[in-house]
Design a protein. Structure first.
Lengths: 196, 103, 642
């Protein structure tokens, strides 16, 4: 049982990491977009491994479909034939980023492998949950529990998120409105000429 | 070895670092926004992993993960809208071109 | 009578008011009449004179007369600095001297400065000086004396540089002030040290701080509790102040240069009063000096060097005011020698007599200069006795007085010689007698050159005004008889009544040898001067001064260059002081200012460097953000774990 679980975990994890690298390292933007989709789906797989069915489906819907559509539209609207392929900036900040990345990773690994023992009751030496709790969840699903939490303890953030989404929609509409006819924007003129 | 919380946390860490890398290194703005999505996903994995291994009764981690997803969606939408607005003024998705607020 | 003593503060305040009135009114040109300035000044001094005479009679009537009144001026925690006045015998004597000489000089200078543009300024400064000197004499404590000490120095600076448009006068004023400052530093050190070392005594006995009335006890306390070294150091510091003010070697070079000022000023300040302030200070703080035999010996040496050096330089001078200036320096040396030998009363007696006859001598020379239209070279004068007999005879009286031949100078010098003898300082005594002989020589030389013989100048001398001659005649009276009056009877040689008056009954010696010897040497000086410079005596024995000058040419050169001391100082300043000053200035400009500038430059540089981070690129900012976050986490972790 465990072995299968491990195999699945390692495969999914590998996919996640490789596709994440793919997002960063592909030259063509569409390729990195595809990589991102793969990444999202893989993360959904991870969620399933974690007994989080509701979250996995939400991930698929929100990220795997919603965000993907937004990104593809953005790429469509902002790519032009004559553009050069933009890959990586060769600037001092690259070095800082690499170092920071490695540093963060090292820090977390250091934290995880019990080096904190004397100081924290290590949260990381945790046994897997009992089998009956897991079976209960597998039977009923997590949606009920999450729903109960959302409508009792976390009601306020829930409502605020709805306000936030409203604000986001309105914001998007306002920001992307076209300029009024009197103000002539040279770029839009050029674009319109190109399209025509 | 038995898969424990450690593995998921390390996975989250790796994803987070890759997200930071992509955020800073990319020259295409859209890639930057994609890296931000990766960051948020890494955090999501972290929360759900903890929820799975410690908190199966209340699943607070799952709730938090859902909130994060909602916010991430809103943020991605607004971010790309801003990108479009910028694109109208200067038809370039190169990060190096947007450095007017310097000095 | 007590009224005058209790209100002795009026004496210095009246000249202060006169000064302020003249200053204020002339700034707004409220009056033009010269007589008003003169009347204000002379009037204030006259009030002072009246008060002083009453105070003198009061002091003479009382045994151990002492009156003081103090007000607390500055109070900081336990230190209460008083200000007030102290009237005792010494004060009464000095007040009389200062006010009487002052008023006569003020009347004289009305005529002398009548055609000068700065007439009003002159009288204002005269009033200021009067205020300062009278305040100094009436001071009740050491701190107050310091204040008036500085004020007197300031008045001297203003008056020496009165004709400031002349560069030599401006330099001379600066020189006087700077040399006085060197002495003031010593005095300040002395004052502060006394306060520091005796502070407990003042608190315990609840006396006004640094008051002179209890100085004897204070000096004993400091000696007992801190030992002889401290007392010697304090005495040296105070003597430094007196050295500068009273023109002792090595701080004496300002006095001859101070002759750049108008002659009444030379008479008032640099003969009679201000230079006596140093000796007055020594008198006031005498308990400290008495407890330090080393400093007394030091005073003797310095006094002797000064007296000898100034006398030798005066022999070869050709400017009449310079001759008198060097003779003042020499007589001050005598006074300091007297103080150093323990003959406190003799030194003060010499101060009093010297004030009168030196003032008179200077005023006579002023009359001569005025008559010859500002001509001061002795070689161009001669035979002026026919033109101005009053001046000539008063000058003769003064010369007799200073040479120590029977008139007042004789008695006071006697006192000093007897003090030297009783202290068994034989070398000092012999050298002092020789210096007295030299004094007689150069004074009579100046008399013969100016008033006898043929007139060697070009312009025709005109008769001096009565206003000029009457003060001379008035001053001649104390010059002549003060010695007899204050010595007690003619029989016992001594300075009996003055000594008793001032508080130190010295020892009387009945031996006649010392006065006889000194009289003989003074007469010898007169004789030699006569045969060198007086035509009538040249008929008998003729010694040509030119021949002697050529024979001792090296000696002459040494003397005419004032023993090369001025050159020495100039060399020191140029070779040592100026490079040090230049180095310090360079250090200040480059290094100290450089450090300050460095701060600014560092800020600017840092700003310029950090500005490069703001390149408008969002990702740069993010990079810094995440790096910073990482560093912060690591730092907190390290702190937490360790």
């Amino acid at each position: 049982m465990e072995v299968i679980y491990s195999i699945f975990f390692y495969i999914t994890a590998l996919t996640v990491i490789l596709s994440a690298f793919g997002v960063v390292l592909f030259k063509k933007i569409v390729y990195s977009m595809i990589s991102l989709i793969v990444c999202f789906f893989s993360i959904a797989g991870i969620f399933i491994l974690l007994n989080a069915d509701f979250v996995a489906i939400s991930q698929l819907m929100i990220y795997g479909i919603g965000i993907t559509i937004i990104m593809i539209f953005a790429i469509m609207m902002t790519s032009r034939e004559s553009e050069k392929k933009l890959w990586i900036a060769f600037a001092p900040r690259t070095l800082f980023a690499v170092l920071t990345g490695i540093g963060m990773f090292a820090l977390i690994v250091y934290a995880v492998f019990g080096c904190f023992d004397e100081h924290i009751n290590c949260v990381f030496n945790i046994t897997p949950p009992e089998i009956d709790v897991i079976n209960l969840i597998r039977q009923n699903g997590t949606a009920a529990i999450i729903g109960k939490q959302l409508f009792t303890t976390y009601l306020l953030p829930f409502e605020l998120i709805s306000v936030l989404l409203l604000a986001a929609i309105l914001g998007v509409v306002v920001i992307t409105k076209k300029d009024s006819e009197k103000l002539v924007n040279p770029t839009t003129e050029v674009l319109e000429k190109e399209v025509n | 070895m038995e898969i424990g919380l450690t593995h998921f946390v390390i996975l989250s860490a790796v994803l987070f670092s890759i997200g930071i890398l992509g955020l800073i290194v990319s020259r295409n703005i859209i890639k930057v926004l994609m890296s931000i999505e990766i960051l948020l996903n890494a955090v999501n994995i972290n929360f759900v992993a903890f929820a799975n291994y410690t908190d199966l009764g209340d699943l607070k981690g799952h709730v938090f993960a859902i909130f994060i997803m909602a916010i991430a969606a809103a943020e991605a939408a607004v971010g790309l809208a801003l990108l479009l607005a910028l694109y109208r003024n200067k038809p370039s998705v190169d990060v190096e071109d947007y450095d007017i607020l310097n000095g | 009578m007590n009224f005058f003593v209790e209100n002795a503060w009026i004496i210095p305040v009246m000249p202060l008011l006169a000064f302020l009135t003249i200053l204020f009114c002339r700034s707004f040109k409220l009056y033009e009449n010269k007589k008003i300035s003169m009347l204000l000044t002379v009037g204030s001094t006259a009030i002072g004179l009246i008060f002083s005479s009453f105070i003198l009679t009061w002091a003479a009537g009382h045994e151990n007369a002492l009156y003081q009144q103090n007000f607390t001026w500055i109070q900081v925690d336990a230190i209460k600095l008083p200000i007030g006045w102290l009237v005792d015998n010494l004060t009464a004597a000095m007040l009389m001297v200062v006010t009487s000489v002052s008023i006569l000089i003020q009347i004289y200078s009305h005529e002398y400065m009548n055609h000068d543009d700065g007439y009003h300024k002159f009288f204002a400064y005269l009033a200021l000086f009067n205020f300062s000197m009278l305040g100094l004499v009436l001071s009740s404590n050491l701190f107050q004396i310091y204040i008036f000490w500085e004020l007197v120095g300031l008045s001297s600076y203003l008056l020496i540089g009165f004709w400031f448009k002349r560069p030599s006068a401006a330099s001379a004023a600066k020189k006087a002030f700077i040399m006085n400052r060197i002495g003031d530093f010593g005095l300040l050190l002395g004052v502060v040290s006394i306060l520091y070392f005796s502070f407990d005594w003042w608190i315990i006995n609840n006396q006004p701080l640094l008051s002179f009335a209890v100085f004897n006890d204070v000096a004993n306390y400091i000696f007992i509790s801190n030992g002889p070294v401290v007392i010697s150091l304090i005495a040296f510091a105070i003597f430094l102040g007196a050295m500068a003010k009273s023109a002792q070697f090595p701080l004496h070079t300002w006095l001859p240069d101070a002759m750049e000022g108008p002659t009444p000023i030379s008479a008032l300040i640099h003969a009679a009063t201000m230079v006596a302030a140093g000796v007055f200070l020594i008198a006031r703080t005498y308990p400290i000096f008495k407890l330090s035999p080393e400093i007394m010996m030091f005073m003797l040496i310095i006094g002797l060097i000064t007296a000898f050096m100034a006398a030798t330089i005066a022999i070869v001078q050709t400017d009449i005011k310079k001759i008198l200036a060097y003779s003042t320096c020499s007589q001050l040396g005598f006074m300091v020698m007297g103080m150093g030998a323990g003959a406190y009363a003799a030194g003060l007696f010499h101060l009093v007599t010297h004030a009168y006859f030196k003032a008179m001598l200077f005023l006579c020379s002023g009359a001569v200069i005025h008559a010859l239209a500002d001509q001061q070279d002795v070689r161009k004068m001669g035979g002026l006795r026919k033109h101005m007999p009053a001046v000539a005879y008063t000058y003769l009286i003064g010369t007799f007085a200073i040479s120590g031949i029977l008139l007042s100078g004789f008695w006071s010098k006697e006192g000093i010689f007897m003090g030297l003898e009783s202290g068994k300082h034989w070398i000092f005594l012999i050298t002092a007698i020789i210096v007295a002989g030299m004094t007689s020589f150069y004074m009579f030389r100046s008399y013969f050159l100016v008033f006898e013989g043929e007139y060697k100048g070009e312009t025709k001398p005109h008769m001096p005004n009565k206003v000029l001659t009457i003060p001379l005649i008035i001053l001649a009276i104390p010059s002549a008889i003060l010695g007899f009056v204050l010595s007690g009877s003619l029989k016992g040689f001594g300075i009996g009544s003055f000594a008793k008056f001032v508080g130190y009954a010295g020892e009387h010696h009945a031996s006649l040898m010392l006065p006889a010897v000194s009289l003989l040497i003074s007469l010898a000086g007169l004789f030699i001067a006569a045969i060198m410079y007086w035509d009538k005596a040249k008929e008998f024995i003729n010694i040509d001064p030119e021949v002697i000058k050529n024979k001792f040419s090296y000696c002459y050169k040494f003397l005419i260059n004032k023993w090369y001391i001025d050159d020495l100082y100039l060399g020191f300043l140029r070779m040592i002081f100026l490079p040090v000053a230049r180095f310090v200035a360079w250090f200040d400009r480059t290094i100290v200012d450089g450090i300050v500038n460095l701060v600014g430059v560092t800020v600017k540089f840092t700003g310029n460097t950090l500005r490069l981070l703001q390149n408008g690129n969002l990702q740069t900012y993010n990079a810094i953000l995440f790096s910073g976050l990482l560093i912060y986490i690591i730092a907190v972790l390290a702190y937490w774990l360790l």
